[in-house]
Design a binder for this molecule. Sequence first.
Ligand SMILES: [Ca+2]
Ligand SMILES: [Ca+2]
Length: 356
Amino acid sequence: MVHTVLENSSRPDRRGWMSNPAPAGRTMTLFIILLGAAVVCSPGPGAYAGNNGPVMHPHQSGESGQEPVDELFGYYVVRRPGVEELKVVKGINRLEPGDEVLGGPFSLTDAQAFKKQRTGMTDTDVTVVDRSGGPVQPAEPDVVLHLSLDAVVDGKIQDRSQSSFTAVVHGDPLLVDTPNGRGLQFDGRDDWLLLPADPYLDIHGSMTLMVMMKIPESARSEGLHMIVWHGDERGGRDPYSFFISSGRILFRRDFPKTVMVGWSLWNLDFDRYHVFCGVHRRHEDIFEIWVDGELAESIKGSGKISYDTKRMTTQIGAMESGRSQHFTGILDDVKIFQRALTPDELRRESLALLGR
Ligand SMILES: [Ca+2]
Ligand SMILES: [Ca+2]
């Protein structure tokens, strides 16, 4: 069923949305069918274990300087049976039977633009519609995880990003009032959250970690406090981690050669909530720490993750499945983006969390 519909659909050329579909679209469509079939036929969440990982478009990383959008995790614009508005779907494995793919894979921004353009075309084709409505809602930039930590239901926390993950709560972190509704207070002993192994969180390229939190003054001098960790049982093989150690906040990636950027918490106002970001700009080989929307530290560093990461999980507030580095303090919001946010976006997102 999926196959029939996809075969009938055309895949517009990335550089010419308005033009007629190029002949190459046919090949691409077939490729999507094959890839789609492979994903659809694979059993359950472990589907990626035996595969070769994301397939990149060799020509998409070209002239524009934009990062490549891969077939598995890019955004697609689809017409879904029974749904009037065109839909933007993230990831080819989220296509549903009957979906007609109009374009993709795109970055989120491109997908929104494409959707808008197609919607406009349909309107003029069919009937004249007054389009003097409000401004276009800005799209949230490639966020793959957003835990607002406002509620815990049956020991679980719902992710608010398009990924719709469920985080499992371990221990008994306390729900407390925070600037953004509520947050979770971790006791530093046995409280932590587990997210599933999923390709969305298995980020190898550019990324942004963003956390709004309040930490006790003791963090200035003592202890190891894990905030966000991605890894498995192997030491020194952590694709990303964000933590406090010896009075510094650190963003680290093991390639496996470690690259780490840190910033001293010595002068931090511990009575307030702060937004910390760890950013990796792969194309520029830069690692950054941002504090409350300002660049605090940056270093040059590069590497390509050279080990298997497919079964790795993401954990909040501890590492190694809750065996070490328990976080002490309050987490209000945790966000992960699968690209490096621009300085403007970092400022805007941080200040929005801080309510300024
Ligand atoms: Ca919150
Ligand atoms: Ca506890």
